[in-house]
Write a protein that binds this ligand. Structure first.
Ligand code: AP5
Length: 191
């Protein structure tokens, strides 16, 4: 198995690039944001609780997302590997993921960290908010709260994987295809 984490702040292009990477490498895409939005659409109790937190631009509790990822991993046997998008987002999530993957004897091979300036992130998300229907894209203060949450809690995840020499920084500005090619070069060098 080849497991990778696509990392970066809100709006850095994780979802956009994930779609292209899973096509090329045949990996299973696991996005905690998508899993949570699917719970919201189904109006489950978990989804309704998560929505309140997401609408404030804050992170959903660790145990909720770790449980979701754990069952998604269990439900996907015989995959070539996983592409984790938006997870892990805290040091506790990173440690839990390592434990889950240890059971499969298949650690994280690489973390690709997209780097995008804050002004560009806000610009992209405000623009998407015009049409996406995502309630956390509707105003600048929620978008900035999401970015603050990233700096407060999520950058520590890159520090964690840096200890194991697994982090590759990727310039996340430029055309989608240019960024995709840089991501592929980094993956090919590790495969
Ligand atoms: P999540 O769904 O993970 O959202 P996010 O991290 O805020 O990221 P986005 O989906 O907004 O951005 P992205 O980096 O995927 O960029 P995208 O490709 O979409 O999380 C949402 C919420 O769920 C969190 O705030 C939290 O509450 C909760 N949550 C999720 N996971 C959690 C976890 N593990 N723990 C706790 N809580 C969790 O692109 C953005 C826009 O930019 C698009 O319009 C795109 O078209 C455009 N774009 C992409 N690339 C380019 C480019 N190169 N040039 C110009 N525009 C571009």
């Amino acid at each position: 198995m080849f497991n990778l984490i696509l990392f970066g702040p809100p709006g850095s292009g994780k979802g956009t690039q994930s779609e292209k990477l899973i096509q090329k490498y045949g990996l299973k895409h696991l996005s905690t944001g998508d899993l949570l939005r699917s719970e919201i659409t189904k109006q489950t109790a978990l989804g309704m609780e998560a929505k309140k937190v997401m609408d404030r631009g804050e992170l959903v509790p660790d145990e909720v997302v770790i449980d979701m990822i754990s069952s998604a991993i269990d439900q996907n046997h015989d995959v070539k590997g996983f592409l984790f998008d938006g997870f892990p987002r805290t040091a506790a999530q990173a440690e839990a993921l390592d434990k889950l993957l240890l059971l499969k004897n298949s650690p994280i091979a690489i973390m690709l960290a997209l780097e995008v300036s804050e002004e560009e992130l806000v610009k992209r998300l405000m623009k998407r908010g015009e049409t996406s229907g995502r309630s956390d894209d509707t105003n600048e203060s929620i978008i900035r709260a999401r970015i603050n949450e990233y700096h407060k809690k999520t950058t520590a995840v890159a520090d964690y994987y840096r200890l194991f020499d697994k982090v590759t920084l990727i310039k996340g500005e430029g055309s989608v295809d240019e960024i995709f090619n840089t991501l592929c070069e980094a993956i090919d060098a590790k495969m």
